[in-house]
Ligand binder design. Structure first.
Ligand SMILES: Cc1cc2nc3c(=O)[nH]c(=O)nc-3n(C[C@H](O)[C@H](O)[C@H](O)COP(=O)(O)OP(=O)(O)OC[C@H]3O[C@@H](n4cnc5c(N)ncnc54)[C@H](O)[C@@H]3O)c2cc1C
Length: 386
């Protein structure tokens, strides 16, 4: 029914085959327990899907962002949630683009081999939120180490990752020329950090997503764990966000198709007033409208990925793809819930679970207002508002 005649059929079939071993019931049970899909993630790692973007010279498959986004899309389209794993795709890119040769040789082959996970990135802080350049976590150089103090919030997958990318201020805000300068990124060995000054406190939340408050109390990390040049970390993080946004857009597209397929099937099967509910245009038109929106958002997702893969600027397209896809998947979710009527609220149909999951994308990893602000200021030349 749904047009997917792209050149990624082999990837799609292989990911679908893997996902078939993890049916709705698997994710539903874990959702009720708020437990991490460990077996599913292991299977993805063993099959090499999470090292798709690691270059072949470091043991990965050397695929581009477009192919990686297809992997994420298929996971969500099969009823799963890429939120358990997507960090590995873009955090690896931060090391690849900005790390030293020694760092790449140390980490990337082991990530590709499935021995290490680099699932976490710690940027957001409780008091400063979206105003990232005001973040308060500090990294102070002391001989051959940096000493970290401060706090982060909403840091995902920490309990299921070996490595974490941390953004901290190395030069006080008052001493920098531009507020985006003076921040640096570090590779943190999670297990070591948890025994030497970092505390993680899980945040119970609306979806089955492992995310945490982090507290740093004189955590010492080796100076060699600094990625790239001191003071340039914010720029490095921004470079990685286009990949993240495009991958998230693909996940939303996967969700969107999942909702439309479920809604269509149910509308054909459910008989009320002696006819399938889908015979009523009041039921079928919203499903058709949601499908159109997902298809349109999908075009922008492919455009963002294409530009990224050809090393052209893609910030505008990545932001717009994320906005359009998150909106389309949310509308599809709403239509699907409405089509199911009361049964949409029953856990056994999985609609309410996916409904909650896809809602997150309006807020994280970037909220819709901040995308509007980017487009208004950077594409349309409207005055900067903050
Ligand atoms: C489940 C989950 C997982 C997450 N995982 C991670 C992670 O792994 N790593 C990480 O670093 N962060 C993570 N985040 C944090 C996420 O990126 C932020 O929640 C998000 O960027 C919004 O920031 P905030 O929550 O601080 O909202 P705030 O900055 O407090 O903003 C609140 C609301 O006000 C709006 N707003 C704020 N300022 C303006 C303005 N000037 N104009 C218009 N509107 C404005 C925002 O759009 C938002 O809707 C996660 C969040 C969630 C919920």
């Amino acid at each position: 029914m749904i047009n997917q005649n792209d050149e990624f059929q082999e990837i799609r079939s292989a990911v679908r085959a893997l996902c078939a071993d993890f049916p709705d019931e698997y994710f539903r049970t874990l959702d009720a327990q708020r437990a991490y899909p460990e077996k599913f993630v292991d299977a993805l790692i063993q099959a090499g899907w999470l090292s798709a973007m690691i270059p072949e010279e470091y043991g990965g498959s050397g695929l581009g962002l477009t192919a990686a986004s297809v992997i994420m899309e298929e996971i969500n389209r099969c009823g799963g949630n890429s939120g358990a794993v997507h960090g590995q795709m873009y955090n690896m890119g931060t090391v690849l683009r900005n790390g030293s040769r020694a760092q790449k040789e140390k980490y990337l082959p082991r990530i590709a081999a499935g021995e290490l996970r680099i699932q976490s990135m710690a940027v957001t802080e409780p008091t400063t939120g979206t105003d990232t350049t005001k973040l308060k976590t500090t990294a102070v150089r002391k001989d051959d180490r940096y000493v970290i103090n401060g706090q982060k919030v909403w840091i995902s997958r920490v309990q299921h990752s070996d490595l974490m990318i941390l953004l901290a201020r190395t030069t006080p805000l008052a001493e920098v020329r531009k507020k985006s300068e003076g921040m640096s990124i570090f590779i943190v060995d999670v297990k070591e950090a948890l025994s030497r000054g970092m505390t993680a406190r899980p945040i119970p939340n609306m979806v089955n997503h492992e995310t945490n408050e982090l507290f740093f109390d004189n955590l010492e990390i080796p100076a060699e764990n600094l990625i790239g040049a001191e003071g340039q970390g914010f720029r490095y993080i921004l470079d990685g966000l286009n990949a993240e946004r495009t991958l998230i857009a693909a996940e939303c597209i996967g969700d969107g198709y999942w909702f439309i397929e479920r809604a269509t099937r149910y509308a054909n099967e459910r008989v009320v007033f002696d006819r399938p509910i889908g015979k009523n245009q009041g039921v079928q038109f919203p499903i058709a409208a949601a499908y159109i929106e997902v298809e349109a958002a999908n075009l922008m997702r492919y455009e963002a990925a294409r530009l990224f893969d050809t090393h052209l600027p893609c910030g505008a397209q990545a932001n717009m793809a994320k906005y359009l896809a998150a909106k389309a998947s949310w509308e599809a979710a709403n239509v699907c819930l409405q089509t199911y009527g009361g049964f949409g609220f029953a856990c056994e149909y999985d609609i309410e679970r996916k409904f909650r999951e896809t809602r997150l994308y309006q807020v994280a990893p970037i909220s819709t207002n901040l995308i509007f602000s980017y487009v208004a200021e950077h594409l349309l030349g409207l005055p900067r508002s903050f």
